[in-house]
Design a binder for this molecule. Structure first.
Ligand SMILES: Cc1cc2nc3c(=O)[nH]c(=O)nc-3n(C[C@H](O)[C@H](O)[C@H](O)COP(=O)(O)OP(=O)(O)OC[C@H]3O[C@@H](n4cnc5c(N)ncnc54)[C@H](O)[C@@H]3O)c2cc1C
Length: 383
């Protein structure tokens, strides 16, 4: 095991950190307050290679691996969780679904614009009545000649209004049949398809979350991703990788909260000394630092499984579960260290705290991660 970070990863960290400091930090509070999705920022991120990190260079991407990808999300999230979340949804969900399960002509058609940031992607699995229990989805796709007719609504979709390219999972077979769901790619502007209500959220407010509405939306069979009936299995595989990105997002938010709290604890004086000198505060910082490191190690393990083969389902779920719960704990402690000032919008920890909670919910709640982990442990005996 080598704990030394490779030079390419260190270089990506520096580049993203500089970008976040210059082009994000001055605006994050304003975007958060107005719930503004800064679409142009993602074009700029495309120029830096952040919108197609896992996409091979042949399709206009950066051709990098999960270690580099996780590092980039972590660095963005240390400045703004919402931008990290949008980058994760675009790369891991929409773009990666087309990359992994699309045919050659679909990859050539969609990946270059997604990787450059000219297009932003969305991925629609969740519906109003079916979140954790996605297999009961009601959105349907019915074959008519050489076309599919999509009907139904997807909820909670990142970039539901702004995305130019959407991967959608729809029922093509029987309810509860794991082979009854198929994936399709739909382009903005297709008749019968539109974005719907935008959610007014607690945190991650600069990341757009909205409905996708399909009303008699006709798309050619050429826009089907993979075989009929394979959509649910595809989605579970996409989520295995996606969870690594939510773990990295969690780590970044937690690191941002920790940095702010540590600096404040060294400066803020009470009883004639910096509060960091009180054991009660120093022990909090120690526990927070341990949480950051354990999250980092699990994320590295999950990335390694993805790159070199291994149980990505188990370690992706473990990394996501651990890092997201630690993120909430660390962001909460950061507020405590700031005292009353932490409860205001004058300091960044208030936003880290609000952003942190999404991490234990999106791409499978903590309870669902524990289901995934425990089922794997039971199925594989004593491993
Ligand atoms: C900001 C944001 C962005 C999102 N982006 C996307 C996106 O881009 N695409 C997309 O498809 N979805 C997206 N989602 C949806 C997200 O993945 C779901 O919210 C999540 O999977 C949980 O589903 P739910 O909200 O319906 O909760 P529910 O499934 O209704 O769960 C409610 C509670 O019950 C618990 N629970 C449910 N089942 C079990 C069980 N079997 N055992 C124990 N506890 C259980 C859950 O853990 C949770 O605590 C997004 C959500 C948010 C908030």
């Amino acid at each position: 095991m080598n704990f030394q970070e490779q030079e390419t990863i260190a270089a990506i960290r520096t580049m993203v950190r500089d970008f976040a400091a210059q082009e994000m930090a001055p605006h994050v509070l304003e975007w958060d307050e107005a719930q503004h999705f800064p679409r142009d920022l993602f074009r700029r991120m495309g120029e830096l290679g952040l919108m197609g990190m896992l996409v091979p260079e042949a399709y206009g991407g950066s051709g990098l691996g999960y270690h580099e990808y996780a590092a980039a999300i972590e660095e963005l999230a240390a400045t703004c969780g919402a931008i990290g979340l949008s980058m994760a949804a675009h790369n891991s969900l929409c773009t990666n679904h087309i990359l992994t399960f699309g045919n050659e002509s679909q990859k050539e058609r969609y990946l270059p614009a997604l990787a450059s940031g000219e297009h932003v992607g969305a991925w629609g699995l969740t519906e109003a009545g079916t979140g954790s229990d996605a297999m009961r989805m009601r959105c349907t796709a019915v074959k008519e000649g050489d076309e599919w007719v999509l009907s139904g609504t997807k909820n909670w979709i990142t970039h539901g209004i702004s995305a130019e390219v959407v991967v959608v999972l729809a029922r093509t077979g029987e309810l509860l049949d794991s082979h009854g769901i198929t994936a399709f790619v739909v382009e903005r502007g297709t008749p019968g398809f539109r974005g719907g209500k935008k959610e007014n959220k607690l945190g991650m407010r600069a990341s757009e979350t909205a409905e996708l509405i399909f009303e008699d939306c006709r798309i050619p069979d050429a826009q089907r991703l993979g075989d009929v009936g394979e959509g649910f299995i595809q989605a579970m595989k996409i989520l295995d990788g996606g969870r690594i990105s939510i773990a990295a997002l969690s780590l970044g938010i937690a690191q941002g909260a920790f940095n702010a709290a540590r600096n404040y604890a060294k400066e803020r004086e009470q009883f004639g000394q910096p509060i960091a000198h009180f054991q009660g505060i120093g022990f909090k910082l120690a526990d927070m630092a341990v949480g950051l490191e354990t999250s980092r190690l699990l994320i590295a393990k999950a990335c390694d499984c993805k790159e070199r083969g291994g149980d990505v389902t188990r370690f992706g779920a473990m990394a996501k579960y651990h890092a997201s719960e630690e993120c909430v704990r660390i962001a909460t402690e950061a507020i405590q260290i700031f005292g009353g000032y932490g409860y205001t919008k004058d300091f960044p920890v208030e936003k880290f705290f609000r952003d942190s909670k999404l991490c234990t919910i999106g791409e499978g709640t903590s309870e669902i991660q524990k289901l995934v982990i425990s089922r794997g442990l039971v199925a594989r005996g004593t491993e």
